[in-house]
Design a protein around this ligand. Structure first.
Ligand SMILES: *Cc1c(COP(=O)(O)O)cnc(C)c1O
Length: 385
């Protein structure tokens, strides 16, 4: 099977892991954690970064640090991996689910503007509330879908008007840029990378929080490290144990050294698919909106709108039978039972897109001969009914 996206561990990973064992620093402090944070900070243009145990735990800690409380609402997009919604639920809040734009597959600023104008009202205490339920609007959580930054120049002024901090789920957007700037300068309050095994760079498991405000990052660090004050066992808040270990950071450091090469490889694979499939009838590709310099974490195709569900399933199983690892894409949050009662806007684009999104093998060390096999299989099965 040609896998969808697997780690490329050709750098200093083994040497750095051995250094952890030689020095005894295998746990939640160590030089690799500091070095990893410095490399994420430099890469995102942030004054610092906080290494955490996962993208999901980083998102949760950000929401709590920004004052999201039980009963609040957090506006986000339904077309995302479930972790976005679970972080909101873990903070005790509910997601207010919105559609995405057709040209970016990220949070639709027009719909956001419309729902806020018609369904939010200002309370006596100055906060904005969901008119129907009276619940406080506490944050905006755009997702940088598949490595493509959201349209922050539209989202940021809306968030500011409604008093909403922005937590960007940038889990899979390592190395992406927004209007030519690194992500900490895109207008977000806090952003979160994931270093799960299938992402562009991995630490085995893990995440990192970044943003433009050093004090806010210090607050996230405090919460993710048990909220301890001083050298004794004094804790001034309900904290979390969300630290990254030095072992994970050792792998992460070795991977960050290779980031530029990985980004180039992802882009080359993506370009190859785009040119090979340009003439296939009804095909679409993952969006590249003008404000974004995306890193195609996943490459692939958008299947024709004319294909019915069973036609899509036949295409996927034909490819799997030929040893090409294709899977269904994220089922949107509003269709998941635990989130069925969350407020949700109409979802015409999310519902039209998600069954048709078909990622293709795109590991950074994908063998060109294997990519040629994928291309050949896709072309042969495209036309067959
Ligand atoms: C991978 C991913 C996450 C989860 O990150 P973990 O490190 O696995 O917790 C969250 N959101 C999106 C959009 C992702 O792609």
């Amino acid at each position: 099977m040609i896998p969808l996206a697997v780690p490329n561990l050709a750098g200093n990973e083994a040497a750095y892991l051995q250094a952890c064992i030689d020095t005894g620093y295998v746990s939640s402090v160590g030089a690799f954690v500091d070095q990893f944070e410095a490399s994420v900070a430099a890469q995102t243009g942030a004054p610092g970064a906080v290494a955490v145990s996962a993208g999901t735990t980083g998102l949760h800690a950000c929401l709590v640090a920004l004052g999201v409380r039980p009963g609040d609402l957090v506006l986000t997009q339904s077309l995302t991996f479930i972790a976005t919604a679970s972080a909101i639920a873990q903070a005790g809040a509910d997601a207010w689910l919105l559609d995405v734009s057709a040209n970016s597959w990220t949070l639709d600023p027009d719909q956001l503007q419309d729902v806020l104008a018609t369904q939010a009202q200002r309370a006596g205490d100055g906060t904005w509330r969901h008119r129907a339920t009276g619940r406080r609007l506490a944050a905006l959580m755009p997702v940088f879908t598949l490595g493509c930054p959201a349209d922050m120049a539209r989202l940021e002024p809306l968030a500011r008007h409604y008093g909403l901090p922005i937590v960007a789920d940038a889990a899979a957007a390592q190395g992406a840029r927004h209007r030519g700037q690194p992500l900490a300068q895109s207008g977000l309050t806090l952003g979160v990378y994931s270093f799960n095994g299938n992402k562009t760079v991995t630490s085995g498991g893990g995440g990192a929080v970044f943003g433009p405000d050093a004090e806010m990052l210090a607050q996230v660090r405090h919460l993710t490290t048990t909220a301890r004050r001083g050298p004794g066992y004094d804790h001034d808040a309900v904290g979390f144990n969300y630290r990254m270990t030095n072992l994970q950071a050792a792998v992460g450091c070795a991977q960050m050294e290779q980031l530029d090469g990985f980004i180039a490889a992802k882009r080359a694979i993506d370009a190859q698919y785009r040119s090979a499939f340009a003439d296939l009838e009804g095909i679409g590709f993952f969006p590249q909106p003008p404000w974004a310099t995306p890193v195609p974490w996943l490459s692939g195709v958008l299947l024709p709108a004319a294909w019915a569900e069973d036609r899509i399933e036949r295409f996927r199983s034909a490819l799997r039978e030929e040893g090409v690892d294709v899977r269904p894409f994220w089922k949107p949050v509003h269709l998941q039972p635990p989130y069925a009662t969350c407020p949700a806007a109409p979802m015409p684009r999310t519902e039209a897109l998600w069954p048709r999104i078909c990622p293709l093998p795109c590991s950074t060390h994908l063998d060109p001969a294997d990519q040629a096999r994928v291309i050949d299989a896709v072309k042969r099965h495209w036309g067959s009914p």
